[in-house]
Ligand binder design. Structure first.
Ligand code: GAL
Length: 658
């Protein structure tokens, strides 16, 4: 029987002088069906109050008590925040900003990843924890640091950056060539002349900026590996995870996922936004769940979520009754094997004192948040059999952090924002609304087994990737490529000759011009086929392409490019390739993917479902979730407001699991 984990970030170090509170914690955890906590994420100052003086006894007592109550431990390394003594004695552990100013002590997530002193201190505390608790039966996972991110521009990092460049390019001439550094005479003669981007220094050589982002991601991952390996020196079989973030831009999470056992993420959607239906917020969250399933193509953990409200959003709204259960189970529906919260007990002071938690300041169990947490605990127990099941390969959306970095750094054709995530979301929603199972793939991953591959704003394409896309379509795959794709190579040099690079014959179109659109500016388009909306509006960028064999499905209906394809399809080899020349309004994509998916994609639940009911599948389990605040139908089932139904597919239909 599988296990779905239920729990929270647990920070008992804030309560060590209140034994009655710690006792109540254990009692309440049992009541809420908690079976795992992430322990000691920011506890360094308690674990090592002064240099080399370790104080781990309190943690041992707590781990033993938790374990006696059936609670597993996801044991944290405390590197996300450091004690004041360290910042004071070793300034090099404090980060230097892009303007070259070193930070003062304070806040968190702001250490230098390169500093040998920081690495040494982190290793020492990690090894103390590993020696003491690494083989405790309660410890099933290591929570390495917390939400890695940010960058440091100190001299140590500059040196490490130069070394990284040298290893990547070999010679300074190769660097200059890759970055087109003759531009404005920015050529380098020596690696030592290279500095990270700075507001008062270099910020026009895009290749340099892109490589700096790659280096920061690399160095962060290198630091994570250091933490991991220090633990594994003591406990070779230790399993590790990191918690990733919503839309986080600073780390290539596909790369990071290679070096951990489990991916997890912290999910804080703004539910109940005025004017946005809950199902739409749910799809935004669903995309992230699927992305974090995809980084390892295996079940992930929902590491943090709030049982009620956050305190850092513009306005903090509590989840409406039933929404905690609904949104927690949404994570499970998309491949999570856990529902964890930030945090177990509300802090009494400092910036997170009004952040929601399972146990509120009233210290009572008879309030709504606690009761609803108990409901989640019971539900997870009831559907534990879904744990470990994976998802089916249907559609793949290409996601590449390097591409995003290059796309967003580019000057022109639209400097007021390309709306990368909005573009992703439109394709994602269109597919999800057709009940299609969605993975994200990195361009270096194999595409076999996917019936559809979507390239939204894949501005950067390597030669190798374009060749594989050709093969994929030639062998019967279906491909969708949007505007502003296949424009530059992997060092951000624009591909010469026909574009999208290597794909003009696959798509049957060739890019001619790009019309940047102001916010709110729209370009009328009309359908020239059945199945797509008769009219639609282009925005963001309107790419003008010459038809070279493709069949137009929508055309622009105004401007000097009236009649040019806005959507087209081309047969290539055994497969088909669609080209989408602009960004349409949200509603368009459901129809687009109905057309694209005809005969190609299957719905995970092939029955009529009302708007606002979302269907997903893990293994043989179908999840139907009603995000409407009224009952809604899905096939033969009627779901109550905010209800989740878990069905197991059998030979003759479905059996209700929950
Ligand atoms: C997360 C972080 C937690 C807590 C939470 C509040 O990003 O990992 O420590 O600050 O946000 O929502």
């Amino acid at each position: 029987m599988g296990v779905l984990y239920h729990g929270a970030d647990y920070n008992p170090d804030q309560w060590l002088t209140r034994p009655e509170i710690l006792e109540q914690d254990i009692d309440f955890m049992k009541k809420a069906g908690v079976n795992c906590v992430s322990l000691g994420i920011f506890a360094w100052a308690t674990l090592e109050p002064s240099e080399g003086n370790y104080n781990l006894d309190w943690m041992e007592e707590i781990i033993d008590k938790l374990w006696a109550a059936g609670v597993h431990i996801d044991l944290a390394t405390p590197s996300g925040a450091r004690p004041a003594w360290m910042a004071e004695k070793y300034p090099e552990v404090r980060r230097v900003n892009a303007d070259r100013i070193r930070q003062l002590f304070g806040e968190r997530h702001n250490h230098c990843y390169t500093s040998p002193v920081y690495r040494e201190k982190v290793c020492a505390i990690n090894q103390m924890l590993a020696s003491r608790f690494g083989r405790h039966p309660a410890v099933i996972m290591w929570h390495i640091s917390n939400e890695y991110g940010g960058e440091c521009h100190c001299e140590l990092c500059q040196k490490a950056f130069r070394k990284w460049l040298k290893e990547k390019y070999g010679t300074i001439d190769a660097v200059n060539k890759a970055w087109n550094a003759k531009f404005w005479s920015h050529e380098y003669r020596d690696f030592d002349q290279i500095e990270s981007p700075a507001p008062h220094g270099e910020h026009s050589v895009h290749g340099l900026k892109l490589d700096w982002k790659r280096f920061v991601s690399y160095q962060t991952i290198d630091f994570m590996k250091w933490e991991r390996d220090c633990i594994r020196e003591i406990v070779p079989e230790a399993k590790v995870c990191v918690n990733m973030m919503y839309h986080y831009d600073g780390i290539d999470y596909f790369e990071q996922a290679k070096d951990i056992d489990l991916a997890s993420w912290d999910s804080y959607p703004t539910w109940h936004k005025p004017g946005e239906p809950l199902w739409e917020t749910a799809l935004d969250t669903a995309l992230m769940h699927d992305l974090y399933y995809s980084v390892k193509k295996q079940p992930f953990w929902l590491m943090e979520s709030t049982p009620s409200y956050t305190n850092w959003q513009r306005v903090s709204k509590p989840k409406r009754p039933g929404v905690q259960l609904l949104t927690s189970l949404q994570a499970i529906a998309h491949g999570s094997d856990s529902v964890m919260y930030f945090q177990w007990r509300q802090s009494q002071g400092a910036s997170e004192k009004f952040h929601g938690a399972v146990v509120s300041h009233d210290c009572r169990e008879d309030n709504r948040v606690f009761r609803e947490t108990c409901d989640v605990g019971a539900a997870l127990k009831a559907m534990a059999e879904v744990a470990g099941t994976g998802k089916e390969k249907q559609a793949a959306i290409v996601m590449d952090w390097s591409n995003k970095w290059a796309l967003e750094d580019s000057q022109g054709p639209r400097n007021i924002g390309m709306g990368f995530w909005q573009e992703m979301q439109r394709h994602y929603n269109g597919l999800a609304q057709n009940g299609v199972s969605i993975d994200f793939v990195h361009p270096q991953e194999a595409l076999d087994g996917y019936k559809l591959v979507v390239c939204p704003l894949v501005y950067m394409m390597s030669e190798e990737f374009t060749l594989r896309l050709r093969e994929y379509v030639k062998n019967g795959g279906t491909l969708v490529v949007t505007y502003w794709s296949g424009v530059v190579n992997e060092t951000d040099l624009v591909w010469l000759y026909d574009s999208p690079h290597n794909l003009t014959d696959v798509l049957g179109v060739r890019r001619l011009e790009v019309d940047g659109m102001f916010d709110g500016e729209k370009r009328a388009c009309r359908a020239v086929c059945a199945g797509l909306p008769e009219t639609a509006q282009g925005s963001v960028l309107c790419e003008v392409a010459a038809l070279e064999g493709a069949t137009p499905l929508m055309v622009y209906d105004e401007e000097f490019y009236a009649g040019a394809p806005a959507v087209s399809v081309n047969e290539f080899g055994e497969g088909k390739a669609y080209y989408v020349a602009t960004r349409f309004e949200k509603d368009f994509y459901k129809a687009l993917y109905k057309t694209v998916g005809e005969g190609v994609l299957e719905s995970v639940y092939p029955y009529e479902t009302e708007e606002g009911v979302l269907a997903t599948r893990r293994g043989e389990y179908v999840f139907l979730q009603n995000f409407n605040d009224h009952p809604a139908k899905a096939g033969e089932w009627t779901l109550e407001k905010y209800q989740t139904l878990v069905l197991k597919q059998t030979q003759d239909g479905y059996e209700k699991v929950f």
